[in-house]
Write a protein that binds this ligand. Sequence first.
Ligand code: B12
Length: 221
Amino acid sequence: MLFTYDAIATAVAAHGLAVRGGFAVAADDGVPECSPGWPAATVLMIGNTGRGMWDAFAATESRGPDPLDRWTRAVVAPIAATFGATAIYPFDQPPFPFQRWAQRGWPLFYSPLGLLIDNEFGLWHALRAALLFPDPLLLPTLPAQTSPCESCVAKPCLVACPIDAFSASGFDYQGCRNYLHSLASQPCRDQGCGARNACPVGARHRYPDAQVHFHMRAFRR
Ligand code: B12
């Protein structure tokens, strides 16, 4: 019985979050110890999918810097403590390889934008925490899937950006940020990243406008 997995899925769902799979830790995963002398045996990934998290987060007091990161800690840390896990976060410094770990536990694939794509939620999902357990946990078996980008011939994501910030050499982060401070970037600021919006996969799970604006403001700063 997937007792811990299911129980944590229920606990995080109360905050609009989801368990995004898990994996048995291998030596080259770069997973830190749960606590000194206690290596992690299992990792469960926690994330947000589609419109799930925004209402829960937006209902909370959010004055001060990094409100989403603070909210994430506030909801995840007590759940981790209840289940004897150690929580680590994608915003910890130096960054842990969350995208690599996420692919160990769930069928997620690199899109041409560098964001991981999910067959159901498309680009409308992100990672919020990883729970480290010192014991082996039972994990669900996931069906094998292929990347939806493989059969996407038109790749509208790659032609939607007004400054061609996405290329074979990666994401032109500075170019994007500079452009977002220009008047011409109004559509990106109003509607969110045109490249992300152009992806047809999981389009019905697009974040609510308020969330799109929130992430855009944070990125632009
Ligand atoms: C630093 C960072 C950024 C920086 C990148 C700076 C730079 N010069 O590269 C900036 C500020 C630009 C940025 C922007 C965004 N980011 Co960011 N970012 C991160 C962060 C915190 C660390 C990444 C890192 O260095 N990891 C360390 C390495 C060792 O880990 P890794 O998993 O092995 O990383 C590998 C992959 O990233 C891989 N890789 C990266 N891109 C690509 C592309 C392809 C095609 C391939 C094959 C591999 C590949 O190379 C890395 C080295 O092996 C992660 C969170 C995290 N902890 O991972 C979020 C993260 C990657 N970002 C995320 C998001 C959503 C964004 C934004 C969309 C934010 C927004 N506006 O909403 C933008 C757009 C980014 C884009 N289009 O690529 C999400 C991605 C979710 C997803 N679906 O995959 C993450 C995982 C955070 C989260 N909470 O979920 N980000």
